[in-house]
Ligand binder design. Structure first.
Ligand code: ATP
Ligand code: MG
Length: 345
């Protein structure tokens, strides 16, 4: 933090998430947290960046023909490389002080299941965005470090990161991954489940932004005890007569809508437990499971997971920041945690 080199470089750690991108600068902590969205003006077939992050997210689902708002990351991986590179460049420029002498070293976390091609693409984007050296760290390791788990101990720790695109379940011991699996279920699929449910059950069509608002306001992983729970008014298009309509929806309906994604998350945890070597599985039964990522904030997800798996479940502090904090910590303590960062492949 006070080291001289820290003053001259602004080495950074980036959590390039499906929903949100966070940048941690060495010695300063998290300095940027914005939606992973880029908006372009399209003119004569040429794309010109119009907005990135928060401003671009406001345009999603609301663009005229001349503007495109794109989420370059889907299901935890880069779906559109050019756009992702634009976004990384924009964010790096935004936080990198031009007064510093050297190009920064940049560490990016990638999903455990990222392919060599995807890893190479991320490295290239970082280098072409002005990085001197690009290191990668596996997302579950970063999440576990960020949640303060004792990952270097010879005991099993289980972390479940419920992000926008994927849920990654991992068992760690001695600073490395013993088991990790990623399922394509997360915040986005919860939003989709809400949209589909309301279309089928209420004949009403809502957009992604409304679905996300419903989820974060009254979303629940369990049926409310009174069979109804809270309610809220939402607006969408009536699919019968095509006009806008306002309806009241209940927490019970949304819990029903979310039952499939919640079940998929629980099953991923059960599979991990069944596949983990017995002594490590016994450690996890003792110590419980740590939930990280924005999806961990879904109402009563911890209780649903506890009910269905029998494990104790905790939610990390600053769950939306865990991966960025863990990636940052791996960078700050690189000497001790050198083996978790990959500069090669
Ligand atoms: N209170 C809440 N209840 C339910 N979901 C929430 C809540 N707050 C945020 N989310 C969801 O969390 C998701 C974003 O989480 P996060 O930032 O961890 O994802 P990400 O890291 O971008 O994605 P990934 O790790 O899959 O690449 C979004 O889908 C968002 O809707
Ligand atoms: Mg994430």
């Amino acid at each position: 933090m006070s080291s001289l080199s820290g003053l001259f470089s602004s080495d950074m750690a980036i959590d390039l998430g499906t929903a949100n991108t966070l940048v941690y600068v060495k010695g300063r902590g998290i300095v940027l947290n914005e939606p992973s969205v880029v908006a372009f003006h399209v003119k004569d077939g040429r794309k010109q960046v119009l907005a990135v992050g928060e401003d671009a997210k406001l345009m999603l689902g609301r663009t005229p023909g001349s503007i495109q708002a794109i989420r370059p990351m889907r299901q935890g991986v880069i779906a559109d490389f050019d756009v992702a590179e634009e976004m990384i460049k924009h964010f790096i420029r935004k936080v990198h002080k031009r007064t510093t002498f050297s190009k920064p070293k940049i560490i990016v976390c990638v999903p455990h299941g990222a392919t060599p091609v995807e890893k190479r693409a991320i490295r290239q984007s970082v280098i072409s965005a002005g990085g001197r050296k690009a290191g990668l760290i596996a997302e579950p390791i970063a999440a576990a470090i960020g949640a303060g788990m004792p990952i270097t101990d010879p005991t099993g720790s289980m972390v479940v990161d419920v992000g926008g695109g994927t849920t990654e379940v991992a068992v760690l011991s001695l600073g490395d991954i013993v088991y990790a699996r990623s399922v394509r279920v997360g915040g986005d699929s919860m939003d989709e489940a809400i949209i589909n449910y309301l279309r089928r059950q209420q004949n009403i069509l809502i957009g992604d932004a409304t679905a996300e608002r419903i989820k974060t306001t009254i979303g629940s992983a369990r049926m409310p005890s009174d069979g109804r729970g809270q309610s809220m008014l939402i607006r969408g298009r009536d699919l019968v007569n095509g006009v806008p309509r306002e309806v009241e929806i209940t927490q019970a309906q949304i819990a029903e809508a979310l039952s499939d994604p919640v079940q998929a998350i629980c099953e991923a945890v059960m599979t991990a437990l069944e596949t983990t070597p017995p002594d490590l599985a016994a450690d996890i039964v003792d110590r419980g499971v740590m939930l990280t990522g924005g999806g961990a904030l879904l109402g009563e997800l911890d209780l649903a997971l506890r009910e269905r798996t029998g494990l104790a479940v905790s939610i990390a502090d600053e769950t939306l920041n865990c991966v960025a904090l863990g990636t940052g910590k791996a960078m700050e303590y690189e000497k001790q945690l050198r083996h978790v960062i990959d500069y090669e492949s």
